[in-house]
Design a protein around this ligand. Structure first.
Ligand SMILES: Cc1cc2nc3c(=O)[nH]c(=O)nc-3n(C[C@H](O)[C@H](O)[C@H](O)COP(=O)(O)O)c2cc1C
Length: 174
């Protein structure tokens, strides 16, 4: 079953995005393949963040997330956000961005993006958590050829999906 499942979903070859967020004076962001529009009226966009990631823990405390739609020549930025972790480095050093709603970093290099407000979370016990969002700002910078999973599936993620942070949130540490 799981081999058939993997084959099915990898044939779909999803377009890749970078999700960024901010809480307090902390910023985070990571490469994401699990995301989709999830309602027309009201408009909703959902994404799934790994419980292992710094971005996930920050998103728990954040009000907004930005979703950047990558083109096929954005591989370097995809590698930057998909292989480094905010637990070790500040990924925004040397990366130009503007602050959107809720202080969320909007990457200047990527002309196609949504800024969204976090609406709901669904954690049904898996290694990724669904975050449902409401778009509050959208910028369509023109047509682009998406960067697809098959172009970046050789990258080594900054965190494996089985990793867990201890304590689970920064708030828990205080
Ligand atoms: C091809 C690829 C797809 C990925 N898809 C997701 C995803 O859908 N959701 C997610 O939370 N992380 C995903 N990741 C993992 C994170 O981008 C990666 O672990 C990142 O380094 C985490 O950074 P952070 O700890 O600063 O959040 C993916 C990584 C790669 C290479």
């Amino acid at each position: 079953m799981s081999e058939q499942f993997s084959r099915l979903v990898s044939c779909a070859d999803p377009a890749m995005v970078i999700v960024t967020t901010a809480a307090g004076n902390e910023r985070g962001g990571c490469l994401v393949g699990f995301h989709a529009q999830s309602s027309i009226e009201p408009e909703r966009y959902s994404l799934w963040l790994s419980k292992a990631n710094h971005t996930y823990r920050l998103a728990l405390r954040a009000s907004h997330l930005a979703i950047h739609f990558l083109a096929d020549d954005d591989i370097d930025l995809a590698a930057h956000f998909g292989t480094l972790t905010g637990d070790d480095v500040d990924k925004f050093q040397g990366v130009a961005f503007d602050a959107g709603a809720g202080g969320v970093p909007v990457l200047r290099q990527i002309p196609n993006w949504l800024v969204t407000r976090k609406v709901a979370l669904l954690d049904e016990g898996g290694d990724h958590v669904c975050i449902s969002t409401e778009p509050v700002e959208a910028h369509a910078g023109g047509g682009y050829r998406p960067l697809r999973l098959s172009m970046v599936d050789h990258l080594q993620p900054g965190h494996g999906n089985e990793e867990r942070h201890d304590p689970p949130t920064e708030r828990a540490a205080s």
